[in-house]
Design a protein around this ligand. Structure first.
Ligand code: ZN
Length: 220
C-alpha cells in the first residue's frame, strides 16, 4: 500500500515540476559562480541507501520497480543520517525548483554555474526557510532549509546532477535499464559524496615559521 501511495505522489510531483522550470536567465545572472562545493550538513554519515543502491526503505521494502521487467529502481543520490537541523547550500547558485511530495516532504533543486558547466544539486526531505523559494540566490554554506521530520524515517537525501534541468532532475531513483519512459541509471547523476570531495575549496597554504627565528624572538 505504501509503495502505491508513493508512486502516485511521485507521479504527481513530476507533473507539478514541469511548471516550475526553467528559471528566467535574468534571475540566474545574479548567482555567483560556483568554484567550490561543500557538504550540506556538518556531518556526513551514510544512512541505508548509497549512490546506486536498490531503491528500498531501510526495512527492505522496494519503493519502485519497472512495470514490465520488475527490475528494482536504483537510488540516484546518497542518504545521510541526521536529526532535525539546518541544511546548507552546497555551492553558490540559485534555487530553481521546490516541490512537496506527501511521502517524501519537500524537495529543492539548486543550479550552480561552475567552471566545468552547469551542475544541479538535489535536496530531499527538507523544508525551505522563510524567504527561500524558486529564484532565490544562495551562497555556499548558506542555510536555506531544515531537515523535515519523518519520524523514524527521518534522513537527508542529496544528489548531484550534471547539466541543465530536465524532467528527470527531480528523480530520487531511476531504473537499471530504460523503462516506463525513464532513462537508465545513472543518467546524468554522479556519486554525490565523491563529487563534493573532488570540489572542496583547497585549504590555505600553511605559514611556516623558521625555528631559529622563533627561538630568538622568545628572548626579546
Ligand atoms: Zn534517498
Amino acid at each position: 500500500m505504501l509503495s502505491v501511495v508513493s508512486k502516485a505522489s511521485l507521479a504527481a510531483a513530476i507533473a507539478v515540476t514541469v511548471a516550475w522550470s526553467p528559471v528566467p536567465n535574468a534571475v540566474r545572472a545574479d548567482a555567483q559562480p560556483a568554484d567550490y562545493f561543500q557538504f550540506p550538513l556538518p556531518s556526513w554519515e551514510p544512512h541505508c541507501l548509497g549512490f546506486g543502491s536498490e531503491w528500498r526503505y531501510c526495512n527492505g521494502t522496494v519503493l519502485r520497480r519497472c512495470s514490465g521487467s520488475g527490475a528494482i529502481w536504483l537510488h540516484t543520490g546518497v542518504d545521510i543520517k541526521t536529526g532535525i537541523q539546518p541544511v546548507m547550500a552546497a555551492a553558490n547558485g540559485v534555487i530553481i525548483g521546490y516541490i512537496v511530495d506527501p511521502t517524501f516532504r519537500g524537495g529543492v533543486l539548486i543550479r550552480h554555474q561552475t567552471p566545468d558547466g552547469v551542475v544541479i544539486t538535489q535536496y530531499w526531505h527538507v523544508w525551505p526557510r522563510a524567504g527561500y523559494s524558486v529564484g532565490t540566490v544562495v551562497t555556499r554554506g548558506e542555510v536555506f532549509a531544515d531537515i523535515a521530520d519523518m519520524g523514524s524515517r527521518t534522513h537527508f537525501h542529496f544528489a548531484v546532477f550534471i547539466g541543465e534541468y530536465d524532467s528527470h532532475t527531480w528523480n530520487g531513483a531511476l531504473p537499471p535499464a530504460r523503462c516506463d519512459g525513464f532513462p537508465a541509471f545513472p543518467y546524468k547523476f554522479v556519486d554525490p559524496t565523491a563529487f563534493i570531495q573532488a570540489h572542496v575549496e583547497p585549504a590555505p597554504p600553511k605559514i611556516v615559521h623558521h625555528g631559529g627565528h622563533g627561538l630568538q624572538e622568545v628572548g626579546t
